[in-house]
Each structure stands twice: as C-alpha cells, then as structure tokens.
Design a protein around this ligand. Structure first.
Ligand SMILES: Nc1ncnc2c1ncn2[C@@H]1O[C@H](COP(=O)(O)OP(=O)(O)OP(=O)(O)O)[C@@H](O)[C@H]1O
Length: 613
C-alpha cells in the first residue's frame, strides 16, 4: 500500500490493560479525517540569531506523535507552527497544509484542541463546573443542556476524573485536585468538542513518573480510538512512555534528526552507528547521542551529525500537500449574549467562592468607617467644624479609592493569563469576557461603599437630609468604581504583574496629591492642570464637598464671634467660595467620574484585547 503508515497500537508491553495489546494497523494516510503535511519549513524570529527551525519536512496523519529533542531544540516551535500559535515577530517560510489546503488558526481551532504546558485553570471552580462552563462556551449552540451534561460526564469518565468531579481545582495556596488530575482536566476541556487533532505542549512536565505514564496511556487510548490524532512535545520520556508513541519526530538545534515510526528510530540509530545498548531507555539514548556532552570535541559532534544526516531520509509528503480533502468544520460559534451570560455566571460563582477576601474587605471597611466616624464624631455646625469637615470628607475619598484598587491589581493578572489561554482556544469574544468580568466585579464591590457610607455619614453627622445622604453614597460608589477601573487599566497595560504593582501606587499617590484637598483646584499652578484633571479623587472630593456645604448653616459660640461681633462663616457656600470649589457643579463631577470610569475601562479592554504579554 502506497504511503501507508504502520501504527503500532498500544505497545506498552508492560501494560495489563486489554486495549493496550500490540496490534498493527495499516491506514491509508489520505483516509485520515485530518492530516497535516509540511515541507521545507523554516521559522525565523526577529530576536533570534539563527532560525528556530531549519528546512523541516514532515507529516501527521494518524496515531500518537511525539516531538522529542533536547531543551531549545525547537519542539514547541514546531508544535506551535503546526497549531498556528506562533508569537508575534516569528515568521514561517515553506509549505504547510491541513488536508492539502492552506489553513488559518481560526479554521484549525474548530477541529483541534491545544493543551498548554501551564495548566491555567479557575482555582475556585470544581472539576465538573469547569467542564460544564467550557461545554456551554464551546460545544455547538445546537446542543441541549442534557447533551452538554452527558458529554461532560462522558469525558470525565474517559479521562478518569469522575471520582473528583466535585473537588475544586485549587491553587498552590488552596489544595485542590492533584497535578496529574489538573493535566487530565486540561485534556478533558479540549475533548469536549471531540477534536480531530489534539496538540499538547510538554504534557508530562512537572508530573511524577507514574502520573506521567498514566496521562500518556490516556493519550495513547485516545489516539488508538482513531477519532483523534494526538501530537505532543516531550523532553525525555521514560521507556514505558516512549513505547506508547506511534511516531517520533526527533529534533536537534532546529533540524529534524529522525521522523518516522517510534520503534523504527532504534533501527535508524543502529544504522547510523549508534546502537542503543540493551536495557537502555531508547529516549535517553537518542538524546545522549544528539546532545553535545563535556567530552565531545567539535569534530566528534560534526561527525555524529553527519552520520545521522547521511542515514536520515525525510518522509514523502507530496501526496499530502497536493490533493485537497475538504475539511469538516463542526463547530458553530456560541452567540455573544450566551457567552456573556455564561461568563457572568462563572465570574459571580468565582467571586462567591472567594468570598473570604470580600469578608475581610468588608470587615476592614467597617473598622475604618467606625474609626473615621468616631474620630470625627458629630462634627456639628460650629465654626470649628469648618476646619474638621474638609479633612473627613477627603479621608472618606482616600479610603474608598484604595481598597478596591489593591484587590484588582492582585487578582487581575492571573485571571488575564487564564483568559489568554481560553481566547487562544477560541472559547469566547474578549468583549464578552471583559464585560462579564467588570459586571461581576462591580456587583461584588457594591456593598463596600454602601456600608461605608451608612456608617460614616451618620456617625460624623453630615447634613441629615436623605437626598444628600444618597448623593454622598453615590459618590462613594463612583469613587470605588473609578479606583478599580484605574487599577484594571494599569494592570491591563503594564507588561508584568510586578510592573503593575509598582506603577499603581504611584498613580494612586498622584490622584491623592491632586485630590483637591492639599491643593485647592483654584490655587493649582497651570502646568499641573492636566494631572489635576486625571484625579478621580478630586471629582469625588469636590462633589461630596459641594453636596455637604450647599445649604449648610453654621453658627458661632460667643467666643467665636469676630471683633465686630459677627459670626465669620454662617453659610457653607462661603467655604465653597473660599476653597475655590464653585467652578464646577455636582452633576459635572458625576458626569466626569462616569466618563473617567468608562475611559479607564476602554483602556483596560484595549489592553486585554491587543496586548498579549
Ligand atoms: N519568539 C522567539 N524569539 C526568539 N527566540 C525564540 C522564540 N521562540 C523560541 N525561541 C528560541 O528558539 C529555540 C527553540 O525554542 P523552543 O521553545 O521551540 O524549544 P524547545 O525544544 O521547546 O525547548 P524546551 O524543551 O526547553 O521548552 C530556543 O533557543 C528559544 O530560545
């Protein structure tokens, strides 16, 4: 049979599992539902001195493929080239076809799954919830809830996660499922849509040998079922894992050393003059031969490479490049509003599970509100109250403009990495994710400024007018939202979490400095007016000051009367004038704060949408 590939099925000789017996299948490559072929691929990166891949030719048709090689040999680059997931600044030359046709990342995503090396998952969701949300986002929109539930149960059984379905995923600080189970969960998430191709980048890294073997046996079973072609990169597999592979692509310094049946590699190395000693792990032997060691001279190395090159023949691929076979693209896209609904539910559930943080924040808020309220208890309306009123108003702004921002800056970057993974898999639109995220965040943070206002307002004894109280509360809500929006924008634009954590305190400090209290807007030097305009603290401070001072009657005790026997300040409006706050109205402050929130969120959205660091 022409161009046939021999698939050594389930060659794990030590296995007692009945579906892992040794069976050989002859499969015509073009009959595979999907096949990839590439010829003369050279991959260059702008910042790299030499090509990452050099004139690589190969194919993927059916079975379990391993891309192996020493560190830096180009394994991930090859995998990412095939999966159309190369970084910006990396260019590809040569022919690369899927079913004999050029393809894009968008097309490939519909028929393939990709499991990244880092298993980024929602720490607070259970295994079943993680899969259910993924099913809702990624399974065809025609699927019914029952079908999705059934598929989730099926996949959990398939990958061996049924026994931990109700366990939370967890994180390094919160114990959840094990490392092996996390990897299985990542595989399960990709399997929900029944992909024809499954790419995995170093799936065994960080796993112990037993867990790694068990995961590879799972991949082996998937590949053997002939519904899914499995391609993974692997650094140095143990012998039992090596024997599970059907096909091997061995790379060294961006070049192919060997490609063909995994078992054939032993014969190839033997032929090239490097026989594998009895009882040695073939994978270790191959890497020993191709990796320069301390005793190798440059000539030895060149001789070894020449011997291997002499005996290597790239597999024939022309027949797979030239005859296009239609692709069956099964997945339709979940509508935007469904994505938003699912993501909002997911975000709210996560927030609820993380409620201990919210409780701490609320406790802090109550403590601070009571403290501020008692320090400035019942400030009254005497002349001395005019000296105490502005500091307490400003302090409320500072308090509400800080806590929320600090929480966002700590939690957003990790969530962002997760969203990058999900977006790369085509799970949802960025806008749906972003809107759901900020809606959930705003809803969860709403109680804090409300509780704060209820305590502070009445303890301090601001004007006892219902409308003024609700305006004060509204400003506190806007201030807290503006602070979180600013933190969101900073963390979306900063390149790293460290950078975001360094930049944000400085930005908050500037907002405080130009908050209208230390420097009255009227007395501010002209060249600082632009910084002044950027401070959400100022618009909150001016807004609540106008709210409190308008209509405020002040009185004097006898010893506070001036020489003429008059009370110096009898109306709040006098303070407004003397502080230079009469240049703007309360409505303007509200409008500007809303504009500020919208602009910060647009910047954050653009950062999340276009910056992929
Ligand atoms: N975007 C890039 N810009 C510059 N150099 C890059 C880029 N991507 C990869 N490289 C370089 O190309 C080489 C191959 O990288 P690749 O990640 O493919 O290796 P690998 O075999 O997967 O290594 P490892 O097993 O350590 O993950 C490395 O030397 C790497 O530093």
């Amino acid at each position: 049979m022409d161009h046939a590939v021999t698939i050594a099925q389930d060659v794990d000789r030590d296995s007692t599992n009945s579906d892992e017996g040794q069976v050989h299948l002859e499969v015509d490559e073009k009959d595979s539902p999907v096949f990839l072929a590439w010829k003369g691929l050279t991959v260059n990166a702008r910042r790299a001195k030499r090509p990452l891949l050099i004139d690589v030719t190969g194919k993927i048709t059916n079975g379990f493929y391993a891309i192996m090689g020493p560190s830096g040999s180009g394994k991930s680059t090859l995998l990412n080239t095939l999966a159309c997931r190369l970084d910006q600044g990396v260019s590809v030359k040569g022919e690369l076809k899927l079913n004999g046709q050029d393809y894009s990342n968008a097309e490939l995503k519909k028929i393939s799954g990709y499991v990244m090396q880092d298993d980024l998952l929602n720490a607070h969701l259970t295994v079943e919830e993680t899969l259910m949300y993924t099913a809702e986002l990624r399974m065809p929109r025609s699927s019914t809830p029952e079908e999705r539930t059934q598929r989730v149960q099926e996949v959990m059984r398939q990958v061996g996660l049924a026994h931990v379905s109700g366990v939370i995923v967890g994180s390094p600080v919160k114990k959840g499922i094990s490392g092996g189970e996390r990897k299985r969960l990542c595989v399960a998430m990709e399997l929900l849509t029944k992909p024809a191709l499954l790419f995995l980048d170093e799936p065994t890294s960080g796993l112990d040998s037993v867990t790694a073997l068990s995961l590879c046996r799972l991949l082996r079973r998937l590949a053997a079922s002939r519904t899914c072609v499995v391609v993974c990169t692997i650094h140095q597999p143990q012998a039992k894992i090596f024997h599970l592979f059907d096909q091997l692509m061995l790379l060294n310094r961006g070049e192919v050393v060997y490609q063909g049946p995994a078992q054939g590699a032993l014969e190839f190395f033997d032929r090239s003059g490097f026989p594998c000693p009895a009882y040695e792990n073939p994978a270790d032997h191959f890497l020993d031969v191709i990796t320069p060691n301390m005793t190798d001279s440059l000539e030895d190395l060149a001789l070894k490479e020449a011997a291997l090159r002499r005996h290597y023949q790239a597999p024939p691929v022309e027949h797979l490049l030239d005859i296009p076979k239609p692709l069956i693209l099964p997945r339709d896209v979940t509508p935007w509003h469904v994505q938003f609904r699912v993501l909002l539910r997911r975000s709210l559930k996560e927030t609820w599970r993380k409620r201990s943080t919210s409780y701490v924040l609320m406790a802090q808020t109550i403590v601070m509100a009571v403290l501020i309220g008692t320090v400035f208890l019942r400030i009254g309306t005497s002349q001395t109250s005019t000296v105490r009123r502005q500091p307490v108003l400003f302090f409320t702004v500072i308090n509400q403009g800080m806590f929320g921002a600090l929480i966002v800056i700590n939690s957003f970057p990790s969530e962002r990495m997760l969203s990058l993974r999900e977006r790369a898999a085509g799970t949802y639109h960025v806008s749906a994710y972003f809107l759901a995220k900020i809606t959930a965040e705003t809803l969860s943070q709403l109680p804090v400024p409300i509780v704060f206002s209820c305590i502070v307002y009445w303890l301090v004894g601001f004007q006892a007018v219902a409308s003024k109280f609700f305006i004060f509360m509204g400003f506190m809500v806007l201030c807290s939202t503006a602070a979180t929006s600013l933190a969101l924008a900073v963390s979306a634009v900063a390149r790293t979490t460290d950078m975001a954590v360094t930049i944000l305190p400085m930005v908050l400090e500037i907002c405080r400095l130009f908050g209208g209290f230390f420097l009255s807007p009227a007395n501010l030097p002209k060249y600082f007016s632009w910084l002044d305009a950027l401070s959400y603290c100022k618009y909150t401070y001016v807004g609540i000051s106008l709210n409190e001072l308008h209509g405020l009657d002040l009185h004097c005790t006898p010893n506070q009367l001036n020489a003429a026997g008059q009370c110096p300040i009898t109306r709040g409006e006098q303070t407004i004038k003397s502080l230079g706050l009469d240049y703007i109205s309360i409505a303007d402050c509200v409008g500007i704060l809303i504009g500020y929130i919208v602009i910060c969120r647009i910047i954050a959205y653009l950062g999340v949408r276009f910056l992929k660091h």
